[in-house]
Ligand binder design. Structure first.
Ligand SMILES: [Zn+2]
Length: 477
């Protein structure tokens, strides 16, 4: 028989235990919600988590889309119900979007946490979790325009090289292609082959952002700006081209040994006259020349929202041989650039000198359609002055109207500004990279800047400029 006193004591103990359990339950709920909201990032990024952020136990990795809503990376299930990351367009977006499988690369790596985070309502997440289902992760919308990317990809064809196209007034990258490429769907299967250095294909390298190319005559844009700065913005210049320029024991030839005759600066630019620009290079104060190139972001980290880019290199000093300086002024010598950097320079010129920082990731959206975060365009500032950009605009227009790109069909709808380049890169001067750097404007004032390089293709006017025309057509149609 339990007396009343003992009975009260037991009831009190049950009460305390119940309160303790209730408190514990509340604490667990708070911890769980806190985990979903905050700490899952640390967990996903924890190196001790062996599945290191490729797949999650709670969330199905979200999709990646183009700006116009085409899915370019998604998670599907194989016959054994395992999650498999797939890329419907195979190689088309490989360098930018990257892969999961052999570790991660590209946007897949940069936005892995965000893709593995679900921002559907918390109660739906809890319901999914309690019923053993995964919640759908947030989706990443890129800045890519599908048709423009396709035009760049198909236009490059079998050539190695890169194409990058940027909206000058925002910095949105609408196309970015690099070849050789790979299929991210089969990255694990062919990993040994893809990374076999003896085959020297470097298929994983994104040449658009990490390539280091001789700029060829596209560098005359830079030398022109250096000339303007040396002459307080005045472009008065006169030169009589006889087809070659001798410096020390070295001779620089104009393309095809052509004698351009009497030229002002605009003519020398639109003709891409090597002799005139070699002469300009010799006349420039070297320290100021270096200063101008560094203002234009040579030897510096490029201001972008991209994960990794390559510094362009401009190296001359007081001890550099005159013949090298003369070659440097026409984009040969030891200068190297990335297509991204040349596209940024064209983009700033198109945008009256103001550079917008290039970016690829536009926004994150939850599976139920709520905006999670949005990238705001970032203004770097004035890369070149407004006056310099106006002059360069007229020079780049002359290239298309009466210069080296005169015969390229850019269509009647667009006004195109540009500079061709034919860059030597070995002792054999007959094998050259084909360059085009410039921008197009439509009747409504919409603009697109571009840099194209086709390795070993030949003349810029014959290969890279017509490819730029195809990309413009796709973008503005
Ligand atoms: Zn000439």
């Amino acid at each position: 028989m339990i007396d009343k006193k003992t009975h009260r004591l037991i009831r009190k103990e049950i009460y305390i235990v119940a309160v303790l359990f209730f408190g514990l339950f509340i604490a667990m709920i708070i911890y769980y919600c806190n985990y979903l909201e905050n700490d899952s990032k640390d967990f996903i990024y924890n190196a001790y988590n062996s599945r290191f952020s490729v797949f999650s136990d709670d969330v199905v990795r979200g999709n990646i889309y183009t700006a116009d809503g085409k899915v370019i990376a998604k998670t599907v299930y194989d016959k054994d119900d395992n999650e498999v990351r797939t890329y419907p367009d195979e190689r088309l977006f490989c360098h930018a979007v990257g892969y999961v499988g052999q570790g991660m690369a590209g946007l897949e790596a940069q936005y892995s946490f965000d893709l593995l985070k679900s921002n559907i309502p918390l109660e739906d997440q809890i319901n999914n979790n309690l019923s053993g289902n995964k919640s759908p992760g947030d989706s990443l919308y890129t800045t890519f325009d599908y048709d423009t990317q396709m035009a760049a990809f198909e236009g490059l064809g079998m050539f190695d090289g890169a194409v990058i196209a940027i909206e000058p007034d925002t910095g949105r990258i609408v196309a970015m292609v690099s070849k050789p490429d790979y299929d991210p769907n089969t990255i694990s299967k062919y990993w040994d082959d893809i990374t076999d250095s003896t085959k020297n294909k470097s298929s994983l390298l994104n040449r658009a952002t990490l390539g280091a190319y001789p700029p060829g005559s596209t560098f005359k844009i830079v030398t022109t700006i250096a000339f303007l700065r040396a002459n307080d913005g005045d472009d008065t210049f006169s030169y009589n081209c006889n087809g070659k320029y001798d410096v020390d024991d070295y001779t620089i030839h104009c393309s095809g040994n052509k004698k351009h005759g009497k030229e002002d600066l605009l003519k020398a630019f639109s003709n891409s006259c090597n002799s005139a620009y070699a002469y300009i290079g010799m006349e420039l104060d070297r320290d100021k020349y270096i200063g101008t190139t560094e203002d234009l972001l040579f030897n510096k980290e490029l201001p972008t929202l991209l994960e990794s880019t390559k510094k362009s290199s401009f190296k001359i000093d007081s001890s550099t041989k005159d013949s090298i300086v003369a070659q440097t002024a026409i984009g040969q010598g030891n200068t190297t650039v990335s297509p991204l950097h040349m596209c940024m320079i064209a983009s700033a010129i198109a945008n009256d000198g103001v550079l917008m920082e290039p970016y690829l990731a536009d926004k994150l959206v939850s599976a139920d359609g709520q905006l999670v975060s949005q990238t705001e365009p970032v203004e770097y500032g004035q890369l070149v002055s407004k006056e310099e950009s106006k002059l360069l605009q007229s020079y780049m227009a002359a290239v298309v109207e009466e210069g080296t790109a005169e015969k390229v069909d850019f269509g009647d709808e667009l006004t195109v500004y540009g500079k061709t380049g034919t860059a030597e890169y070995t002792e054999n001067k007959n094998i050259t990279h084909s360059w085009f750097v410039g921008y197009a404007v439509d009747d409504n004032g919409n603009k697109l800047a571009i840099a194209v390089i086709m390795e070993s293709a030949g003349y810029g006017s014959k290969y890279a400029a017509p490819l730029a025309a195809k990309v413009f057509e796709a973008y503005f149609q």
